[in-house]
Design a protein around this ligand. Structure first.
Ligand code: ASP
Length: 310
């Protein structure tokens, strides 16, 4: 059986002319490292769920991406992180919203899936659950990065909030949200997504990433999907599950279903962003309606690629 993993590190207005060669190399290296982490698990016969978690942990630990360590600042100058994971074989799912000091929110989401009767835990309760499960935490300084701080300072006295990529200079154009989808040697598929959300977000705002069916979904019958982009629109579009529905009920293949959602349905409501997907036959696709999407794929056919622009 073929195995493959695809990852993303966010989508948006990423233009080559705004990027320095050094930064481009760092992003590409970060993507490659995450692909290798996940792929090694698949290659050794591990599960797609373990592979997507490992790849996302690697991206959460990389300060360049808006998830885990590199999370953006909220209106109150905090970090509120969201993450979700779903296993396509049995529809097991776990997610956390608005957690503060969890080093790797995707690991907490996986623990919700494996060690609780629930699917989504939020805020203080999720932080308490993390403590009870001995999940690694980190002090506020761990999540500090100067460029995200500056990004927040530019907005903090306004009611505006922004996708990680929607402001004008390249540092601020850094995209956020990370995700992975994989198909393992047994044909089981899984998806994981993790994010710091939007800069200057307020009132406990939650995006699509931790919502099962919106930013994250996996079902062996159809597909595993991880999304990135303007969360509110992805929620309204129920984007990830819509791809699954188009495959299950309209008989579309993975690519056509993703293309319909990303390039027609989301475009129609100004839902900027993209998604990555795999199916249980090992097909994969990485589609976006924005200028760019940090993305990568590695397959057992010997194909590996990390890309940024259209
Ligand atoms: N979808 C994420 C959110 O709205 C943001 C992103 O993908 O950059 O929270």
């Amino acid at each position: 059986m073929k195995c493959r993993i695809a990852i993303h590190g966010g989508a948006g207005t990423i233009l080559k002319q705004d990027m320095t060669p050094d930064l481009e190399r760092l992003y590409t290296q970060g993507l490659q490292q995450a692909l290798d982490k996940g792929y090694t698990i698949l290659e050794n016969g591990g599960t797609s769920t373990d592979a997507v978690i490992a790849a996302v942990v690697e991206l959460e630990n990389n300060i360049l991406f808006n998830a885990g360590r590199g999370s953006v600042f909220t209106r109150k100058g905090l970090h509120e992180m969201d993450a979700a994971v779903m296993n396509g074989a049995d529809l097991a799912a776990g997610a956390v919203c608005g957690v503060h000091n969890v080093r790797n929110p995707i690991e907490l989401a996986a623990t919700v899936m494996r060690n609780s009767d629930h699917v989504i835990l939020s805020g203080e309760g999720a932080d308490d659950f993390a403590l009870s499960q001995h999940i690694q935490t980190a002090p506020g300084e761990y999540f500090f990065s100067q460029f995200r701080y500056d990004q927040w300072q530019a907005m903090r006295n306004s009611d505006e909030y922004a996708l990680d990529h929607s402001t004008q200079n390249i540092i601020d154009k850094k995209f956020g949200t990370v995700g992975a989808v994989a198909c393992d040697v047994n044909g089981n598929i899984a998806a994981a997504t993790s994010t710091g959300g939007m800069t200057n977000k307020n009132f406990g705002r939650i995006g699509d990433s931790p919502l099962i069916g919106c930013g994250t979904y996996a079902n062996n019958k159809t597909c595993a999907i991880s999304c990135t982009g303007h969360g509110e629109l992805f929620i309204k579009a129920v984007a990830a599950y819509d791809v699954s529905c188009l495959m299950e009920y309209a008989g579309m293949n993975l690519y056509d279903a993703m293309n319909k959602v990303v390039n027609e349905k989301l475009v129609a409501i100004n839902g900027e962003g993209g998604m990555i997907g795999v199916d249980a036959q090992g097909n994969f696709a990485m589609l976006f309606n924005s200028e760019g999407m940090y993305r990568g794929v590695k397959t057992s056919d010997g194909f590996t690629q990390a890309a940024i622009y259209k």
